[in-house]
Every structure is written in C-alpha cells, then in structure tokens.
Design a protein around this ligand. Structure first.
Ligand SMILES: [Zn+2]
Length: 365
C-alpha cells in the first residue's frame, strides 16, 4: 500500500508540476503576444534620442531644448513613460529643457531637438500604426541671427519654409527655440506656448495684457476675471491658461468686430475683462486696447521682411519687460461698473458686449 501511495503521490506531483508549468507557459506566451507592440515602443524613444545625439552631439542640459507634441496625437501617450525615462537619463530638466505643446489628435508625433550653441535642430517624426519607427528626420540650422543675416540667408530659409522642411512647423519651432535660447523667456510664457503651440506677437500681447490686468486689478482671493475676447486673436490662449478661463466653465466669450466697430472703439480694442470681487461684491468691466503700431515702429522689422523675421522681431521686443510700459501700448478705453444682469446680457448670443456697455451704437456695424 505504501508503494501504491507513493505512485499516486508521484502522479499527482507530476500532474501538479505539469499544470503549473503549462499555466506559466500560457501566461508567458500570452504576455508576449499582448505586449508585442508595447515592447517596441521604449526602443523607439531611445532611437529618437540616439538620432538627435547622432546629429547634435551629446544633449547637454545647458544647451538643449526639446519641443514635442507627445501625448496629443492619438494614443501617443503610450510613449510618455519611455520618453521621460530617456529624458531624465540625459539629466535634462522639465522646466529648462522641455516644451510639450498641445496638438490635435490627428497630428503626427514629432520631436524637435534644438542645440543653442550650434543653432542646429533635429526634427523627427515617429509613426506607430504598425509598430513604431522614425518616419522622417532632418537636421537644419535655425539660429535666427544667421538665417536673417542677409537677403541670401533669408531667401535660403524661405525656400525651406516653402518646402515645409519641418512638416509645416518651421515658424513654431524657429520662434520657440530662438526665443528660449535668449534665456529671457519666462517659464510662465512657455506654459502659454504649450497651449498655443507657437510663439507669435499675438500670444506675446496676451502675456502683456494678462500682466497689466493682474497689476491693476490684482487676482486676490475672491477675485475672478471673465474675458470677452472681442475681437479675438492669439492673445486669448494666454488668459485660458493663466486664469483658467476655459470656455466650458464660462470664463471666456469669443466674438469679432467689424472694421467700423473697431474704428469706433479707437482703432485697437483688445477686449473686455470683467473683474468680479466677491469681497466687495462689485463687478467692473475693464475695456482695454492694445496698439501693435507701437510694436511695429520699435521692433526693427522692415516692411519687406518675411513674416518669420518680422514676427520674431516683434516677439523679441514684446518679450522685453522694459518695453511693457511704453506709452500707448496698453490703453484703457473705459471702466464701467456693472452687475450680474449686465454680465448676462453681455454673454447672450445676439449681443455685442460693447453695445451692452454703451460704448458702441447698435448701428456702428
Ligand atoms: Zn499665434
């Protein structure tokens, strides 16, 4: 009986081992097939960084800016962990060496590695529909002082812009990278550029207007702004980012003005900022103008400069805080005490907020 028992025990043991082994095998096999696609992904981020270093040399924290839309293109979030792992392996810093711009879901996944010493920029696109791979790469020198040096260099870069050498992102990458390279770009401005995904005089004007509002109507506890982006331009993304005035939460209302209306408001209206103070139970509509003529006159751009030259020169002038108090740059068109009912009227679809405030006649259009 003892022998028989042993045989039974052995059989059970063999069965148990086979079962455990089989289960383990199934688990391992299924995890291989399940993660086959994911397994390639960390490699592709290593490939992206290697490609950049092959073209630019070592990515040193004091010289490198990476601009990318990682996370925005559909399902590109799967690369985020491996991207940051590579990023921190190079001792790069989140606030110094990176700008993750927002983009639409149907945009390509792209990376621009900029070296501020040489001015060289390696632009890389990664496709990942069937396994991931670098689908496009190019290295160009985008140092603004070199590209804008003379007519020949301007024409040469114009040709590359026309050929969309960075797949249509030439202006965005050139302006952000060069602005960052000056060392004077506020990190809070960079955060606005993440939402706006390029650096332009419009967004710069928004940055100045935001500071102007905060200086004159401080955002103390219990104070909030409601923005009437009328007329709207790139400036308005700054307010969305900085004050959390998203359209979904009723923080920003967008509409346009006719030429006649613009003229009737002094020629350069920028919008209406309604300041609600819960402490004093007051509401003020602050109507402000922004004069781009002053920027054009002072930034050093010439009439025949291409847009990438004149706009970047405007950006440089607008980035310099010493210029923010230039007379007439920001102007007060009117400050009106209002109440909840007036604010509601200003928000309604058939109303012009300037007409509601009594600053325009209905016939001005
Ligand atoms: Zn813009």
């Amino acid at each position: 009986m003892i022998g028989k028992d042993n045989i039974y025990t052995k059989k059970i043991k063999v069965k148990l081992i086979s079962f455990v082994f089989l289960t383990a095998l199934i688990f391992v096999l299924s995890s291989f097939t399940g993660t086959a696609a994911e397994c390639q992904k960390p490699d592709s981020m290593a490939q992206v960084f290697n490609t950049a270093e092959a073209n630019l040399g070592n990515l040193r924290p004091e010289n490198t800016l990476i601009i990318t839309d990682i996370g925005s293109p559909a399902e590109s979030y799967v690369f985020l962990d491996s991207f940051y792992s590579e990023f921190y392996d190079k001792h790069l810093k989140y606030t110094k060496n990176l700008l993750v711009v927002q983009n639409s879901r149907n945009s390509p996944l792209w990376f621009a590695f900029f070296d501020k010493c040489s001015g060289k920029c390696t632009y890389i696109e990664v496709s990942y529909e069937n396994g991931s791979k670098i689908s496009y790469k190019v290295t160009e020198n985008i140092k603004f002082s070199e590209l804008s040096k003379n007519q020949k260099s301007i024409t040469a870069w114009n040709e590359k812009v026309n050929k969309t050498v960075f797949d249509g992102r030439e202006f965005a990458i050139l302006t952000i990278a060069n602005g960052w390279a000056t060392g004077n770009m506020d990190y809070e401005l960079m955060q606005c550029l993440e939402l706006h995904n390029h650096f332009c005089p419009g967004v710069s004007s928004g940055y100045i207007l935001a500071h102007w509002m905060e200086e004159h109507y401080p955002l103390n506890k219990g104070v909030s702004y409601t923005v009437f982006a009328c007329p709207t331009w790139c400036k308005d993304d700054v307010f969305v980012k900085r004050w959390d005035v998203s359209p979904g939460k009723g923080g920003i209302w967008i509409s346009s003005l006719t030429d006649n209306e613009t003229e009737a408001l002094g020629g350069a209206p920028a919008g209406i900022f309604v300041v609600t103070d819960k402490n004093t139970k007051t509401m003020k509509a602050v109507v402000v103008g922004f004069n781009f003529d002053i920027v054009n006159e002072n930034c050093g751009a010439k009439a025949d400069d291409p847009a990438w030259v004149s706009k970047y020169l405007m950006d440089l002038w607008l980035m310099d805080k010493n210029n923010w108090d230039t007379k007439g740059l920001v102007s007060v068109i009117s400050v009106v005490d209002i109440n909840e009912a007036t604010l509601s009227k200003m928000k309604s679809a058939d109303a012009n907020p300037y007409v509601v405030l009594g600053l325009l006649n209905k016939t001005a259009a």
